[in-house]
Design a protein around this ligand. Structure first.
Ligand SMILES: [Zn+2]
Length: 229
């Protein structure tokens, strides 16, 4: 019997379709709006530094290799922007830069979902490392305690993905306000930058759906869809 393959696997189809669609949306909107320069002609790093300065927040803005590697590091209070964002004045670059500043503001304000998410990081890492081997061995040998521990580890991973949603949505919401307040984008450009952020948010939703449906399969799957023997 292959691991965890039963009729409940059809439950995953919507999640697979959504994650494929999200990947497609991220790729197409990002590549489209990477080629559209903002009228302000300000680069991502310039806008990020300007907003941080206006908000009175001491956060360094650095350059990082790769694509879509942009992130705010709350530990060292450094905002890292990828090559295509740092020096670019495209709508996509300004959207991403402002989104990362949004995370820095969340940290500065002690935004609860962000703190909670950061506290979950070690648990979720441990969970994602342990869940699969525990479930595999537990289901294979029939040791239910192992399956239970595996399920708890998996719940921790899904919980982390769920808590990531408000953090990401809120950062994008802040990004649009920050870009409006600073006058970095025109009203029309804001709508386009928003499309890039919405596409990115969709991939987080797809991850949650996949995790949640897999959890349902794990907890109820074999009872809801009995295996054929
Ligand atoms: Zn984010």
């Amino acid at each position: 019997m292959p691991f965890w393959v039963d009729w409940s696997i059809i439950l995953l189809i919507p999640a697979i379709l959504l994650s494929l669609y999200a990947q497609y949306k991220v790729k197409t909107t990002f590549s489209k709006y990477t080629r559209v320069p903002a009228r302000s002609r300000l680069a991502g790093a310039v806008v990020a530094r300007d907003i941080l300065k206006r908000k009175g927040i001491t956060v360094e803005v650095e350059r990082i290799a790769g694509v879509l590697t942009d992130h705010y590091d709350p530990g060292s209070q450094v905002l890292r922007l990828s090559e295509p964002v740092y020096n670019s004045s495209s709508l996509a670059a300004l959207g991403v830069a402002a989104h990362e500043v949004g995370h820095a503001l969340q940290h500065e304000e002690g935004y609860f979902p962000l703190n909670f998410r950061n506290r979950l990081v070690p648990v979720a890492n441990f969970g994602s490392w342990l869940a699969f081997p525990l479930l595999f061995i537990g289901l294979f040998t029939g040791i239910t305690t192992m399956v239970k521990f595996g399920a708890f580890a998996f719940i921790a991973v899904v919980l982390f993905q769920v808590v990531t949603l408000p953090v990401e949505f809120n950062a994008s919401h802040r990004a649009i306000i920050l870009l409006t307040e600073g006058g970095y984008l025109t009203q029309e450009e804001l709508g386009l930058a928003q499309q890039v952020l919405k596409a990115a948010a969709l991939s987080y939703v797809a991850a949650v759906l996949m995790g949640f449906l897999n959890l349902l399969r794990l907890l109820f799957g074999s009872r809801v869809f009995p295996r054929r023997r």
